[in-house]
Design a protein around this ligand. Structure first.
Ligand SMILES: [Zn+2]
Ligand SMILES: [Zn+2]
Length: 254
C-alpha cells in the first residue's frame, strides 16, 4: 500500500528533522510528498524546489498564497522556478474570505493571473478556498481552468460544490479536519463524493487529525485521513489508498 501526501508545507518544518519526518511517514506507508511552495512571497517556492531536488520522493508546487495577494510582482518571479522538472503544479492559489488577510480585489487579480500562469505552463492548479466557494467556482469557470484541472485542497464545503468541480476537471483533497469532533457535516460530504474525485493530504504542519490535535501535523498523518475515509465509505484502507494514490499519480504525473 502506498499513500501520497498531496499537500504538505515541508519548507516551514525544521530542516534537521525532515529525515525523521520522512522515516515516520514511510512507516505509515506514506511514500510520496507534494511540497507546497506558496507563502512568504516566493520564499516557500524556492524552498520547495530545493527540497524536491534533494529528495527523489518529493515534488514541488510553486505559487503565491492568497494571503500574499498584495505582492504584485511575486508571480512574475516564479517564471524561472515553474519550469523546473520537479515542479508539478501551480499553487496554492485561490480566495480566502475567512481570514481576509489581503484585500479581495487583489485576491481576485492574483487568482486569475495564477490560473493563466498555470495554463501557460501546462500545470494543474492547487486551490485554496475558504468561505469563497461560489467565487472560486466562478473564476475557475470563467478562466477555463478545466484545461489544466487540479484540486481544491483542505476541502470543507458541500457536496454540490464538489459535483460542480468535477464537471470542470477538479478533484478535492481532505485533511485531518475530517476527524475533528465538530466536522460531522463534512463527514457526510465525504460519503457523497466519489472516491475517484478524492486525494489525501495533511496540510502539515497544520490540521493535525484526532487524536493528535494541538500538535504540529506531519505527512504520516495521511494514514489517519485514509482510515477515516475508509470508515465513512465502508471500504478497506487499501481500497482508499489504491484509488487516491492513483488519482495523485495521474494528476501530478509522479
Ligand atoms: Zn490552503
Ligand atoms: Zn496549505
Amino acid at each position: 500500500m502506498i499513500l501520497v501526501d498531496t499537500h504538505c508545507h515541508l519548507g516551514i518544518m525544521p530542516r534537521d528533522e525532515l529525515h525523521e519526518v520522512f522515516a515516520r511517514a514511510r512507516k505509515c506507508n506514506v511514500q510520496k510528498f507534494i511540497c507546497i511552495g506558496a507563502g512568504e512571497g516566493i520564499e516557500s517556492a524556492k524552498k520547495a524546489v530545493k527540497l524536491a531536488s534533494e529528495f527523489d520522493f518529493v515534488w514541488a508546487t510553486v505559487g503565491v498564497h492568497p494571503h500574499d495577494a498584495s505582492d504584485f510582482t511575486a508571480l512574475d518571479e516564479l517564471e524561472e522556478l515553474v519550469s523546473h522538472p520537479r515542479v508539478v503544479a501551480v499553487g496554492e492559489t485561490g480566495l480566502d474570505f475567512f481570514r481576509d488577510w489581503s484585500p479581495r480585489e487583489s485576491q481576485f487579480t492574483l487568482f486569475k493571473n495564477s490560473i493563466n500562469f498555470a495554463k501557460k505552463h501546462k500545470k494543474p492548479l492547487i486551490i485554496h478556498s475558504r468561505d469563497a466557494s461560489k467565487d472560486v467556482l466562478e473564476v475557475l469557470t470563467k478562466e477555463n481552468a478545466n484545461e489544466v484541472g487540479g484540486v481544491v485542497h483542505c476541502f470543507s464545503e458541500d457536496a454540490n460544490f464538489a459535483a460542480e468541480l468535477k464537471k470542470i476537471n477538479f478533484l478535492v483533497s481532505f485533511t485531518g479536519n475530517i476527524t475533528f469532533k465538530k466536522s460531522s457535516s463534512l463527514r457526510e460530504v465525504v460519503k457523497e463524493i466519489p472516491l475517484s474525485q478524492i486525494m489525501l493530504e495533511t496540510d502539515a504542519p497544520y490540521m493535525a487529525p484526532e487524536p493528535f490535535r494541538g500538535n504540529p501535523s506531519e505527512p504520516m498523518h495521511v494514514f489517519q485521513v485514509a482510515m477515516k475515509i475508509a470508515e465513512l465509505k465502508g471500504l478497506t484502507i487499501e481500497e482508499v489508498a489504491n484509488v487516491t494514490t492513483e488519482n495523485a499519480e495521474h494528476l501530478f504525473n509522479v
